[in-house]
Design a protein around this ligand. Structure first.
Ligand code: HEC
Length: 455
C-alpha cells in the first residue's frame, strides 16, 4: 500500500510537469490493481477447505461450489472465517502442538483473501480463471477408504425411530462382530447411516465387549474392553499409528450408545461401524486404548460441575500415566456452556507442558484433533495429564439456551459435561528410553499465556 501511495504521489507530481499519457500507462503496467475474485482466488480455497462438507446432498446448510450458490452467503462466510469458526477447527494456534494429521484450518493468508474478497463486494471475476471442478461422490463413501481402501467389515445397529418431539433418548442395542479368530484393528469409522440420523444424533458410541484371555483383570464372560469409537459431528474416524491397534477376539460384540434429540420431524435411522483390520498374522507392537480423561474433580465416584445461573466456572481433573505412553489425539467433550478446554502434561520432574488448547469450543463440533506421527507427545511413566475446562453460563455465551438455569453434571444436552477422549498407546520403558534419547517433547511453549476463552 505504502509503495502504491508513493507512486501515485510521484505520478501526480510528474503529471503537473510533463505529459500525462506515457506515465499513467507505465503505472498500470507496473502495478496492476489486483482485485480478489471468486474465480481466481476464492474458489481454489473453497475446493480445498470447504466443498468437502459444503456440496449438494451433505449435512451442511448450503453448497459453496458455484459462484451463484456462494454469493448469498458472503457476509456469513466472512464472519465465520474471520472468527475461525469455519472450517470447524477450534484449536488455539498459539498454544502447544500444531502438527495434525487432519488439520482442516485456513492459513492466515487464506483468511485474508476471503476477507478482502467479501469486503470488495464478493466479485465473481472471470469464469475462465476457475479451477477445474472437483467431483464429489453422489453417495457418501467412507472417509478412511481414501487412505486404506474398502473396510474389512461393516456392522449396523438395530434401527431406531426418534419422534418429532420429546425428551432426549439413550438407545443401547448390541451387535455381534464377525470375528472367528483374534484380529487387530487398524482403523474404525462410525456414522449414523442417513442425513436425518445425523441431525438427531448428539453422539453415537461403540463400546467393545469381549473376553480377551490376555486381559489382566481376567474372569468369565464378556467384559467391557474400552470404547471402539465415538461419533459426534466433527469426529468420525480413527486410524491408529502403524505400530499400534486394538485387539478383537472371537465372541466380541459392540454395545452401542446413541444419544438422540428430537428435531421436529420423526426420523428412523441406524448407526453403522466400518472396521479395517491388519492383515492376518500381522500383529502391531502396541495396543491403543481410548481413554476418558475427566476435566472435573470426582466426589464419591461421581463427577462434579456446579454452574449457578449467570456465572462462569473452571474445573479440572487429573489422570496419572502408570506406564510410558504416546498420546494419539485430543478430543474435548462439553455441552452448551462449554467454552474452552486445555490438556497439560505435568512431568515427573515437576515441569508442566501445555499440549493442546481448544479456546473456541462449539458444542456443534466435537472435533477430534489427531496428532501427526512426528508430533504425537510421548510421555514418561508418572506423568499427570491435567484437563481444565472453562464454562460460561451467562448471556455472553451465544450457545446458552437459558442463563437463568442452574446447570450440573449430567448426560442430557442441557446438563454439562467436561472430559477429553484421548487414544493412549502404552509403550515399554525401553522404547521410551530410546525415544527420549533422540527426541524432546514436541509441544512448543505457548507464545502467549493461555487466556480466558473468547466470549
Ligand atoms: C467438516 C465439515 C465442514 C467444513 C470443512 C466446512 N464447513 Fe461450514 N458448515 C458445516 C456445517 C455442518 C454447518 C452447519 C452447522 C454450523 O453452523 O456449525 C456449517 C455452517 C457454515 C456457515 C454458516 C451458514 C449459516 O447458516 O449462516 C458458513 C458461512 C460456513 N459453514 C462456511 C464455511 C466455509 C467458508 C468453509 C471453508 C473455508 C467451511 N464452511 C468449511 C460444515 C463444514
Amino acid at each position: 500500500m505504502a509503495v502504491g501511495n508513493v507512486s501515485t504521489a510521484r505520478v501526480q507530481f510528474v503529471l503537473g510537469t510533463f505529459a500525462l499519457w506515457g506515465f499513467s500507462t507505465l503505472l498500470t503496467a507496473a502495478e496492476p490493481e489486483k482485485t480478489v475474485t471468486f474465480a481466481r482466488d476464492v474458489a481454489p480455497i473453497f475446493q480445498a477447505k470447504c466443498e468437502e462438507c459444503h456440496h449438494a446432498g451433505t449435512a451442511a446448510p448450503m453448497s459453496l461450489v458455484t459462484y451463484a450458490e456462494t454469493r448469498p452467503w458472503a457476509k456469513s462466510i466472512r464472519e465465520r472465517v474471520v472468527t475461525r469458526n469455519m472450517p470447524p477447527w477450534h484449536l488455539d494456534k498459539t498454544v502447544g502442538i500444531q502438527h495434525f494429521q487432519n488439520d482442516r484450518s485456513l492459513s492466515d493468508q487464506q483468511i485474508e483473501v476471503i476477507r478482502q474478497w467479501v469486503d470488495a463486494g464478493a466479485p465473481e471475476g472471470n469464469p475462465k480463471d476457475l479451477p477445474p471442478p472437483k467431483r464429489w461422490p453422489t453417495s457418501e463413501g467412507w472417509e478412511t477408504a481414501k487412505l486404506l481402501g474398502q473396510p474389512d467389515f461393516v456392522v449396523q445397529s438395530a434401527p431406531y425411530t426418534m419422534p418429532a418431539h420429546g425428551q432426549d433418548v439413550w438407545w443401547k442395542p448390541v451387535t455381534a462382530l464377525p470375528i472367528t479368530e483374534p484380529r487387530w484393528v487398524r482403523a474404525v469409522e462410525i456414522r449414523p447411516a442417513s442425513l436425518g440420523g445425523r441431525k438427531i444424533t448428539h453422539h453415537a458410541r461403540a463400546d467393545l465387549e469381549q473376553n480377551d484371555p490376555a486381559d489382566p483383570s481376567g474372569g468369565e464372560g464378556l467384559r467391557p474392553a474400552g470404547f471402539l469409537m465415538e461419533w459426534a459431528i466433527g469426529k468420525q474416524n480413527d486410524i491408529y499409528p502403524a505400530d499400534s491397534g486394538k485387539l478383537l477376539v472371537p465372541g466380541a460384540q459392540v454395545r452401542w450408545e446413541m444419544h438422540l434429540h428430537a428435531v421436529g420431524e420423526q426420523i428412523t435411522d441406524h448407526v453403522e461401524l466400518a472396521v479395517w483390520l491388519f492383515p492376518k498374522g500381522q500383529e502391531p507392537k502396541y495396543k491403543t486404548t481410548l481413554a476418558f480423561l475427566p476435566a472435573t474433580p470426582r466426589s464419591g465416584g461421581g463427577q462434579v460441575i456446579d454452574l449457578p445461573p449467570n456465572s462462569t466456572a473452571v474445573t479440572s481433573g487429573t489422570t496419572v500415566l502408570r506406564q510410558p505412553a504416546r498420546l494419539e489425539n485430543y478430543q474435548p467433550h462439553m455441552h452448551l456452556r462449554g467454552k474452552a478446554m486445555l490438556m497439560e502434561a505435568i512431568l515427573p520432574d515437576g515441569t508442566t507442558t501445555k499440549l493442546s488448547y481448544v479456546n473456541n469450543f462449539n458444542f456443534n463440533w466435537m472435533n477430534n484433533y489427531i496428532y501427526a506421527p512426528d508430533a504425537a507427545p510421548v510421555l514418561p511413566a508418572g506423568t499427570t495429564l491435567r484437563i481444565t475446562a472453562w464454562y460460561d453460563n451467562t448471556a455472553d455465551n451465544r450457545n446458552n439456551p437459558d442463563p437463568d438455569q442452574w446447570v450440573g453434571f449430567g448426560d442430557r444436552t442441557v446438563d454439562e459435561m467436561g472430559h477429553a477422549w484421548v487414544n493412549i498407546t502404552y509403550i515399554s520403558q525401553d522404547d521410551y528410553d530410546r525415544w527420549a534419547a533422540n527426541n524432546k517433547l514436541t509441544a512448543s511453549e505457548p507464545r502467549q499465556r493461555v487466556t480466558e476463552p473468547r466470549q
